[in-house]
Write a protein that binds this ligand. Structure first.
Ligand code: GUN
Length: 296
Protein backbone atom coordinates (compact mmCIF):
# COMPACT_ATOMS: atom_id res chain seq x y z
CA UNK A 1 0.00 0.00 0.00
CA UNK A 2 1.13 3.54 -0.65
CA UNK A 3 -0.44 6.10 1.63
CA UNK A 4 -2.53 9.04 0.54
CA UNK A 5 -0.60 12.21 1.41
CA UNK A 6 -2.65 14.60 3.56
CA UNK A 7 -1.74 18.03 2.22
CA UNK A 8 -1.64 20.33 5.27
CA UNK A 9 -0.54 23.31 3.22
CA UNK A 10 -3.63 23.13 1.00
CA UNK A 11 -5.88 22.37 3.98
CA UNK A 12 -4.50 25.36 5.91
CA UNK A 13 -5.11 27.63 2.88
CA UNK A 14 -8.72 26.42 2.83
CA UNK A 15 -9.13 27.14 6.57
CA UNK A 16 -7.63 30.64 6.14
CA UNK A 17 -9.98 31.34 3.21
CA UNK A 18 -12.97 30.30 5.36
CA UNK A 19 -11.73 32.49 8.22
CA UNK A 20 -11.28 35.44 5.83
CA UNK A 21 -14.83 34.98 4.56
CA UNK A 22 -16.23 35.03 8.11
CA UNK A 23 -14.12 38.09 8.99
CA UNK A 24 -15.43 39.99 5.94
CA UNK A 25 -18.99 39.08 6.88
CA UNK A 26 -18.47 40.12 10.53
CA UNK A 27 -17.13 43.48 9.38
CA UNK A 28 -19.95 44.05 6.91
CA UNK A 29 -22.81 42.89 9.13
CA UNK A 30 -21.63 44.05 12.56
CA UNK A 31 -18.73 46.48 12.04
CA UNK A 32 -16.47 44.20 14.12
CA UNK A 33 -12.88 43.32 13.20
CA UNK A 34 -11.31 40.44 15.13
CA UNK A 35 -7.97 41.39 16.71
CA UNK A 36 -5.05 39.17 17.74
CA UNK A 37 -2.31 40.39 20.08
CA UNK A 38 1.00 38.51 20.02
CA UNK A 39 3.55 39.11 22.76
CA UNK A 40 7.20 38.21 22.16
CA UNK A 41 9.71 38.55 24.97
CA UNK A 42 13.35 38.48 23.88
CA UNK A 43 15.00 37.68 20.59
CA UNK A 44 14.86 33.92 20.11
CA UNK A 45 15.32 33.61 16.30
CA UNK A 46 12.79 30.78 15.82
CA UNK A 47 10.19 32.67 17.86
CA UNK A 48 10.80 35.82 15.80
CA UNK A 49 10.11 33.86 12.61
CA UNK A 50 6.85 32.41 14.04
CA UNK A 51 5.67 35.80 15.31
CA UNK A 52 6.34 37.47 11.95
CA UNK A 53 4.45 34.74 10.15
CA UNK A 54 1.52 34.98 12.59
CA UNK A 55 1.30 38.76 12.12
CA UNK A 56 1.40 38.47 8.33
CA UNK A 57 -1.30 35.79 8.15
CA UNK A 58 -3.50 37.64 10.65
CA UNK A 59 -3.54 40.71 8.41
CA UNK A 60 -4.05 38.57 5.28
CA UNK A 61 -7.37 37.22 6.62
CA UNK A 62 -8.51 40.77 7.39
CA UNK A 63 -7.96 40.79 11.15
CA UNK A 64 -6.12 43.38 13.22
CA UNK A 65 -2.67 42.31 14.39
CA UNK A 66 -1.14 43.85 17.51
CA UNK A 67 2.51 42.92 18.08
CA UNK A 68 4.23 43.62 21.39
CA UNK A 69 7.97 43.00 21.37
CA UNK A 70 9.53 43.24 24.80
CA UNK A 71 13.14 43.22 25.91
CA UNK A 72 14.54 39.86 27.10
CA UNK A 73 15.09 41.40 30.56
CA UNK A 74 11.42 42.49 30.94
CA UNK A 75 10.20 41.93 34.49
CA UNK A 76 7.30 39.64 35.31
CA UNK A 77 5.40 42.64 36.70
CA UNK A 78 5.74 44.54 33.42
CA UNK A 79 4.66 41.52 31.36
CA UNK A 80 1.65 40.93 33.65
CA UNK A 81 0.74 44.63 33.34
CA UNK A 82 0.73 44.32 29.53
CA UNK A 83 -1.46 41.20 29.72
CA UNK A 84 -3.90 43.04 32.02
CA UNK A 85 -4.06 45.89 29.50
CA UNK A 86 -4.74 43.45 26.61
CA UNK A 87 -7.36 41.60 28.71
CA UNK A 88 -9.21 44.89 29.13
CA UNK A 89 -8.88 46.04 25.51
CA UNK A 90 -12.15 45.44 23.58
CA UNK A 91 -10.28 45.53 20.21
CA UNK A 92 -8.24 42.49 21.29
CA UNK A 93 -10.11 39.17 21.03
CA UNK A 94 -7.12 36.83 21.17
CA UNK A 95 -3.86 37.00 23.14
CA UNK A 96 -0.86 34.79 22.48
CA UNK A 97 2.33 34.95 24.52
CA UNK A 98 5.04 33.28 22.46
CA UNK A 99 6.79 30.44 24.29
CA UNK A 100 9.39 29.68 25.50
CA UNK A 101 9.77 32.70 27.78
CA UNK A 102 13.16 33.75 29.16
CA UNK A 103 14.07 31.70 32.25
CA UNK A 104 13.33 34.40 34.86
CA UNK A 105 9.63 34.47 33.88
CA UNK A 106 7.15 31.91 35.25
CA UNK A 107 5.32 30.54 32.18
CA UNK A 108 2.39 29.06 34.12
CA UNK A 109 1.82 32.31 35.98
CA UNK A 110 1.97 34.37 32.77
CA UNK A 111 -0.32 32.05 30.75
CA UNK A 112 -2.87 31.90 33.56
CA UNK A 113 -2.97 35.70 33.69
CA UNK A 114 -4.54 35.78 30.20
CA UNK A 115 -8.34 36.10 30.25
CA UNK A 116 -9.49 32.51 29.43
CA UNK A 117 -11.90 33.71 26.73
CA UNK A 118 -8.97 35.46 24.96
CA UNK A 119 -6.56 32.52 25.42
CA UNK A 120 -6.36 31.50 21.75
CA UNK A 121 -3.55 29.04 22.56
CA UNK A 122 -5.90 27.11 24.87
CA UNK A 123 -3.15 26.83 27.49
CA UNK A 124 -4.95 28.52 30.43
CA UNK A 125 -5.90 26.04 33.18
CA UNK A 126 -9.57 26.99 32.74
CA UNK A 127 -9.48 25.97 29.08
CA UNK A 128 -7.61 22.77 29.91
CA UNK A 129 -10.34 21.91 32.43
CA UNK A 130 -13.17 22.90 30.09
CA UNK A 131 -11.75 20.69 27.32
CA UNK A 132 -11.26 17.76 29.70
CA UNK A 133 -14.87 18.00 30.90
CA UNK A 134 -16.36 18.38 27.40
CA UNK A 135 -17.36 22.02 27.84
CA UNK A 136 -16.90 24.92 25.44
CA UNK A 137 -13.17 25.74 25.55
CA UNK A 138 -10.46 27.44 23.54
CA UNK A 139 -8.58 24.44 22.09
CA UNK A 140 -4.79 24.36 21.48
CA UNK A 141 -4.05 25.11 17.83
CA UNK A 142 -1.84 22.18 16.79
CA UNK A 143 -4.17 19.44 18.13
CA UNK A 144 -7.15 21.32 16.65
CA UNK A 145 -5.41 21.26 13.24
CA UNK A 146 -4.76 17.52 13.59
CA UNK A 147 -8.40 16.92 14.51
CA UNK A 148 -9.63 18.89 11.48
CA UNK A 149 -7.46 16.80 9.15
CA UNK A 150 -8.60 13.54 10.78
CA UNK A 151 -12.29 14.48 10.59
CA UNK A 152 -11.85 15.50 6.96
CA UNK A 153 -10.19 12.20 6.09
CA UNK A 154 -12.38 9.81 8.10
CA UNK A 155 -15.68 11.61 8.53
CA UNK A 156 -16.62 10.08 11.89
CA UNK A 157 -13.81 9.04 14.23
CA UNK A 158 -16.20 7.14 16.49
CA UNK A 159 -14.90 3.80 17.74
CA UNK A 160 -11.47 4.08 16.11
CA UNK A 161 -8.37 3.13 18.09
CA UNK A 162 -6.11 6.18 18.43
CA UNK A 163 -2.59 6.17 19.85
CA UNK A 164 -1.04 9.52 20.71
CA UNK A 165 2.73 9.27 21.16
CA UNK A 166 3.87 12.04 23.51
CA UNK A 167 2.24 13.55 26.60
CA UNK A 168 3.05 17.27 26.35
CA UNK A 169 0.58 19.89 27.59
CA UNK A 170 0.70 21.63 24.19
CA UNK A 171 -0.01 18.63 21.93
CA UNK A 172 -0.20 15.14 23.44
CA UNK A 173 -2.64 15.69 26.31
CA UNK A 174 -5.11 17.99 24.48
CA UNK A 175 -4.94 15.73 21.39
CA UNK A 176 -5.94 12.76 23.53
CA UNK A 177 -8.86 14.78 24.99
CA UNK A 178 -10.08 15.82 21.54
CA UNK A 179 -9.94 12.26 20.19
CA UNK A 180 -11.80 11.03 23.26
CA UNK A 181 -14.44 13.68 22.67
CA UNK A 182 -14.85 12.33 19.12
CA UNK A 183 -15.40 8.85 20.66
CA UNK A 184 -12.06 7.27 19.80
CA UNK A 185 -10.55 4.67 22.12
CA UNK A 186 -7.43 6.58 23.11
CA UNK A 187 -4.05 5.43 24.36
CA UNK A 188 -1.30 7.89 25.26
CA UNK A 189 2.13 6.32 24.74
CA UNK A 190 5.36 7.93 25.96
CA UNK A 191 9.01 7.29 26.71
CA UNK A 192 8.22 4.79 29.50
CA UNK A 193 5.56 2.83 27.59
CA UNK A 194 6.31 -0.90 27.51
CA UNK A 195 6.19 -2.60 24.10
CA UNK A 196 5.40 0.67 22.34
CA UNK A 197 5.64 -1.01 18.91
CA UNK A 198 2.77 -3.36 19.82
CA UNK A 199 0.73 -0.51 21.28
CA UNK A 200 1.10 1.54 18.08
CA UNK A 201 0.34 -1.54 15.91
CA UNK A 202 -3.17 -1.57 17.36
CA UNK A 203 -3.92 1.98 16.20
CA UNK A 204 -6.23 3.06 13.38
CA UNK A 205 -4.94 6.60 14.05
CA UNK A 206 -1.39 7.42 15.14
CA UNK A 207 -0.51 10.96 16.23
CA UNK A 208 3.25 11.28 16.82
CA UNK A 209 4.24 14.28 18.94
CA UNK A 210 7.46 13.50 20.74
CA UNK A 211 10.11 15.62 19.03
CA UNK A 212 12.42 12.70 18.20
CA UNK A 213 13.51 12.47 14.58
CA UNK A 214 12.07 9.47 12.73
CA UNK A 215 11.46 7.41 15.87
CA UNK A 216 8.35 5.66 14.47
CA UNK A 217 9.28 3.07 11.81
CA UNK A 218 6.84 1.67 9.27
CA UNK A 219 6.72 -1.74 10.95
CA UNK A 220 4.93 -0.13 13.95
CA UNK A 221 2.07 0.97 11.68
CA UNK A 222 -1.07 -1.11 11.12
CA UNK A 223 -1.74 -1.44 7.38
CA UNK A 224 -4.16 1.27 6.29
CA UNK A 225 -3.81 3.38 9.47
CA UNK A 226 -3.77 7.19 9.39
CA UNK A 227 -0.51 8.75 10.55
CA UNK A 228 -0.42 12.35 11.75
CA UNK A 229 3.17 13.48 12.26
CA UNK A 230 3.46 16.54 14.49
CA UNK A 231 7.26 16.43 14.78
CA UNK A 232 9.48 19.04 13.17
CA UNK A 233 13.09 17.99 13.70
CA UNK A 234 16.17 19.52 12.12
CA UNK A 235 18.79 16.90 11.27
CA UNK A 236 21.71 16.53 8.91
CA UNK A 237 21.43 14.05 6.05
CA UNK A 238 24.25 13.55 3.56
CA UNK A 239 25.88 16.64 5.07
CA UNK A 240 22.81 18.82 4.45
CA UNK A 241 20.30 20.19 6.98
CA UNK A 242 16.82 18.70 6.50
CA UNK A 243 13.48 18.80 8.32
CA UNK A 244 12.03 15.44 9.32
CA UNK A 245 9.09 14.35 11.42
CA UNK A 246 8.78 11.93 14.33
CA UNK A 247 7.87 9.19 11.83
CA UNK A 248 10.15 7.60 9.29
CA UNK A 249 8.21 8.91 6.30
CA UNK A 250 9.13 6.42 3.59
CA UNK A 251 8.59 3.24 5.60
CA UNK A 252 5.39 4.58 7.25
CA UNK A 253 3.97 5.79 3.91
CA UNK A 254 4.50 2.30 2.48
CA UNK A 255 2.12 0.81 5.08
CA UNK A 256 -0.27 3.61 6.13
CA UNK A 257 -3.55 4.48 4.44
CA UNK A 258 -2.85 8.21 4.83
CA UNK A 259 0.00 10.27 6.25
CA UNK A 260 0.95 13.90 6.79
CA UNK A 261 4.35 14.91 5.35
CA UNK A 262 7.00 17.03 7.11
CA UNK A 263 7.17 19.81 6.13
CA UNK A 264 3.75 20.63 4.67
CA UNK A 265 1.55 18.55 6.96
CA UNK A 266 0.56 19.60 10.47
CA UNK A 267 2.87 22.66 10.56
CA UNK A 268 0.83 25.03 8.35
CA UNK A 269 -2.36 24.07 10.21
CA UNK A 270 -1.18 25.55 13.51
CA UNK A 271 -1.34 29.23 12.48
CA UNK A 272 -4.52 28.60 10.45
CA UNK A 273 -6.13 27.26 13.64
CA UNK A 274 -4.81 30.22 15.64
CA UNK A 275 -6.72 32.48 13.24
CA UNK A 276 -9.78 30.21 13.53
CA UNK A 277 -9.55 30.43 17.34
CA UNK A 278 -9.29 34.23 17.19
CA UNK A 279 -12.41 34.34 15.03
CA UNK A 280 -14.22 32.02 17.47
CA UNK A 281 -13.13 34.15 20.46
CA UNK A 282 -14.39 37.29 18.69
CA UNK A 283 -17.74 35.68 17.83
CA UNK A 284 -18.21 34.51 21.43
CA UNK A 285 -17.22 37.93 22.84
CA UNK A 286 -19.88 39.58 20.71
CA UNK A 287 -22.64 37.00 21.16
CA UNK A 288 -22.51 36.00 17.47
CA UNK A 289 -22.91 32.49 16.03
CA UNK A 290 -19.67 30.54 16.11
CA UNK A 291 -18.20 29.64 12.71
CA UNK A 292 -19.09 26.03 11.86
CA UNK A 293 -16.28 23.57 11.13
CA UNK A 294 -13.55 25.82 12.56
CA UNK A 295 -13.89 24.73 16.19
CA UNK A 296 -13.65 21.40 18.00
N1 GUN B 1 5.97 28.28 20.75
C1 GUN B 1 5.97 27.20 19.91
N2 GUN B 1 4.71 26.82 19.63
C2 GUN B 1 3.90 27.67 20.29
C3 GUN B 1 2.48 27.78 20.37
O1 GUN B 1 1.70 27.01 19.79
N3 GUN B 1 2.02 28.79 21.15
C4 GUN B 1 2.85 29.63 21.82
N4 GUN B 1 2.29 30.58 22.57
N5 GUN B 1 4.16 29.56 21.76
C5 GUN B 1 4.68 28.57 21.00
Amino acid sequence: MTAQIIDGKAFAAKVRAEVAQHVAQMKAAHGITPGLAVVLVGEDPASQVYVRSKGKQTVEVGMNSFEHKLDAATSEADLLALIAQLNADPAVHGILVQLPLPGHLNEDLVINAIAPEKDVDGFHISNVGLLATGQKAMVPCTPLGCLMMLRDHHGSLSGLNAVVIGRSNIVGKPMAQLLLRDSCTVTVAHSRTKDIADVVRGADIVVAAVGRAEMVPGDWIKPGATVIDVGINRIERDGKPVLVGDCDFDSCAAVAGAITPVPGGVGPMTIACLLANTLTACARANGLDEPQGLTA
